[in-house]
Design a protein around this ligand. Sequence first.
Ligand SMILES: *Cc1c(COP(=O)(O)O)cnc(C)c1O
Length: 426
Amino acid sequence: MHSRSSELFRAAQKRIPGGVNSPVRAFRNVDGEPFFVERAEGSRIWDVDGNEYIDYVGSWGPAILGHAPKAVVDAVRETATRGLSFGIPNSLEVELAELICQWMPSIEKIRMVNSGTEAAMSCIRLARGFTGRDKIIKFDGCYHGHVDALLVKSGSGALTHGRPDSAGVPKDLAALTISLPFNDVDLVRKAFRENEIGAVILEPIPANAGLYFPREGFLSTVRDECTKHGALLIFDEVMTGFRVARGGAQEIYGIKPDLTALGKIIGGGLPVGAFGGRAEIMDQLSPDGPVYQAGTLSGNPLAMAAGLAQLRELERIDGWNKLEKLGAQFEDLARDAIAPAKVDITFHRIGSMFCLFFAGGPIVDLAGAQRSDLKAFAKFFHACLKRGVYFAPSQFETGFISTAHSSSDVERTVVVMREAITEIAR
Ligand SMILES: *Cc1c(COP(=O)(O)O)cnc(C)c1O
């Protein structure tokens, strides 16, 4: 097929490994080729060949107000006229820090970084520095960015490419990471009995191996074990933070982590991450404490302005309420569309996050997600894409609805899903 996108992809592959700057974008898991974006606005994205899509990827999470929301674009534009980067404190850093601490009360102090990966990596170093212990527990299928110690059974990108672990991660380092099946409290207790654990890191709502949920009592058991054994509990809310509720998943489940990693939404589409938690722990960071951490562009004024504008706008329009209504409408219609399907599909949703597993339920962990029929998913993906609906190009990703999606976008999407499900059954 000759198109501007395929021309660009040929050129990209000559100069960029795999033609992409992040692996899932290569569309390998759906046996395809990426389209190149011309522009995006609201719920829509246009490729360089003039095709229009209703977008449910939302830049993988940040675009909770849809693409190019006026409030955020205006804030960035206005801030840019006063300088792009200072490398010296600016007032926007304080404003964003105060707002996040207020909305997520487990965070007493916070530090800004430039990506979710950096946030998770810094949480691990800080937890090790604070507890003086090296071993950490993570959970199969939970993704915490491409941090060496955390690239063990890590879901999403790594899964999509069929290699759960990365080459280049020292064995000795990986040996300090214990990865357990999500939702298995007995194995958590056993790991604590047999090891001196410094920290447990998890996605409170795992959303990087498809989307599934903590069982009743799972998170509170992990919290209790950490407290009992003097380990720190780290919630990676890079995806769920400010999406599932104003105070993130920790607000929904009523659990107070010691540290939280944030990213995506708090940058309003610019490269931002942050990590924060109890003051006593955060005070171990340089320059106050012995745990080194730094960043030339951390707290960048454009990124801070974008994040602040996005969070304030979300609150102003009562975004979470709006997203729940749209999500519920989507779920109702989608369940009707799925019911007569000849293939097994399990639909999961919380607020504006959703996933269609091409597998029977229940799915409560990575092993469940991996039962999915990846060929059926790939066919479904392409059948939707050619009809103008862009879902993430991997079974192991989560879909996102934004406040810019309309009821009619959702209705149109489910019509397309119905046709796609019929097509793949043929
Ligand atoms: C996206 C994501 C990350 C990594 O963030 P990057 O900005 O891509 O480095 C970490 N943890 C979770 C839960 C994520 O969804």
